[in-house]
Design a binder for this molecule. Structure first.
Ligand SMILES: [Zn+2]
Length: 410
């Protein structure tokens, strides 16, 4: 695999003034300045950009803590940007959330739509507000649903059917709940045409429920992060893992197979310069026939597992458990049912004489892990800590990984 960019030099290089300005901002961050010392003073070419070191999530959090950016023209919103332990790390965006460009290039919603926004609102999550900004551009009707509890699905589904909802949006895990509940209850959404998704990979099992509940509905995907905001979009004619980058997003596929992102939008508050989300991927041609480079996302390379739409940093959780006196090793087991996380179990190898208290450790892990406390707020009993005689090993390789994902048969 070779180094490639989503835009050719003649299209990208005139707009690298934004990347050059981002580099200047990053050079003012004391903790990051040394890594840029000795690099070219400006970024004028794609080769010069590719020579800059990539930024990781922690780097960006460090930069933002120093820069504290502020919009010149709108309110500045704080959103949670990773940081699975302790207080949420913060990313910034102005009102509008850069969705004008998404609306211009992604013909998903129009004035005739009735759009149910099922991304969770509050807790500094960005997706609900981003989707609301898109709906605002489209001029459609909006039903701001947010997240609901298990018992509420039948009533809300009946309401959505009654309102003749044509579009719904959420993370695939949440959408699966909606359509699985509808299917189980025998409810149909015959007017639903569009399923908007963002936040994790598309789940093919959704197609099975959709075929029964809303046979006229098709998937429309966005790819992005709280740091980059929306990078690219796709349509029902594109493979679910392939996205067309927006012209303000320069995507780079490194020779190591990792994607990084550089903003070409002068309004972007986060200093996104060769920012790595941890996603592996490649640039490709989309079979939908739209010209230009598309990116295929091949999944995460860092040890982060998606749990109900939130990233769970496995290594951090294991390290925290292994700090407990008497614990020699810890392992995270995520149970899934058809791609949705049903529970998280932390297994411990412990010295029996040390008197390790799993309940106390569990309380500490949940309190200190944003993803665990948030994703399981309605069923906290699904997060457990247990002392075992042996961790789960792969029989074939003999390896004991820090993360095991276990598919339950439903
Ligand atoms: Zn396409």
């Amino acid at each position: 695999m070779t180094d490639t960019f989503s835009l050719p030099p003649d299209a990208a290089e005139p707009r690298l003034t934004v990347a050059a300005a981002t580099l200047e901002r990053l050079r003012t961050v004391p903790a990051l300045a040394p890594r840029y010392a000795g690099r070219p003073a400006a970024v004028r070419t794609l080769d010069e950009l590719a020579a800059l070191p990539p930024l990781l999530k922690d780097d960006l959090n460090t930069a933002l803590a120093h820069l504290e950016p502020r919009s010149d023209t709108a309110a500045t919103w704080l959103f949670q940007s990773g940081g699975s332990t302790g207080a949420p790390k913060v990313g910034y965006a102005p009102t509008g959330f850069y969705m004008a460009g998404v609306h211009a290039h992604w013909p998903v919603l129009d004035r005739a739509d009735v759009f149910a926004n099922a991304w969770g609102a509050g807790r500094m999550w960005g997706a609900h507000f981003l989707a609301a900004a898109l709906a605002d551009r489209a001029g459609c009707r909006v039903i701001a649903l947010g997240s609901i509890t298990r018992e509420e699905y039948p009533d809300w589904l009946a309401f959505l059917a009654d309102r003749e909802v044509t579009a719904i949006g959420g993370t695939p895990s949440v959408l699966r709940l909606w359509f699985a509940h509808a299917r189980a209850a025998g409810l149909k959404l015959p007017s639903l045409r569009k399923v908007l998704w963002l936040g994790e990979a598309w789940q093919p099992q959704l197609e099975e429920d959709l075929a029964v509940v809303a046979p006229g509905a098709r998937r429309w995907g966005m790819f992005g992060s709280t740091e980059t905001w929306v990078v690219g979009t796709n349509t029902p004619d594109c493979p679910a893992d392939t996205f067309h980058p927006l012209p303000t997003q320069l995507v780079h596929a490194g020779a190591d197979g990792l994607l990084d992102f550089t903003t070409l939008d002068p309004e972007m508050l986060n200093p996104v310069l060769r920012y790595r989300t941890g996603d592996a991927g490649e640039l490709t041609t989309c079979p939908c026939g739209r010209p230009g480079a598309a990116m295929r996302v091949l999944g995460r390379r860092d040890n982060v597992v998606q749990v109900r739409g939130l990233g769970l940093h496995v290594d951090e959780l294991v390290a925290r458990a292994e700090r407990e006196p008497g614990v020699s090793r810890a392992q995270v087991v995520v149970s899934e049912d058809g791609g949705r996380a049903t529970g998280v179990e932390v297994l411990l190898l412990a010295d029996p004489a040390a008197g390790v208290d799993p309940a106390a450790l569990r309380a500490e892990l949940v309190a200190g892990t944003f993803t665990l406390s948030t994703a399981f707020q309605h069923d906290p009993e699904q997060v457990t800590v247990r002392v075992v005689d042996a961790l789960v090993s792969n029989d074939r390789t003999g390896k004991t990984a820090s993360l095991v994902v276990r598919e339950e048969s439903s």
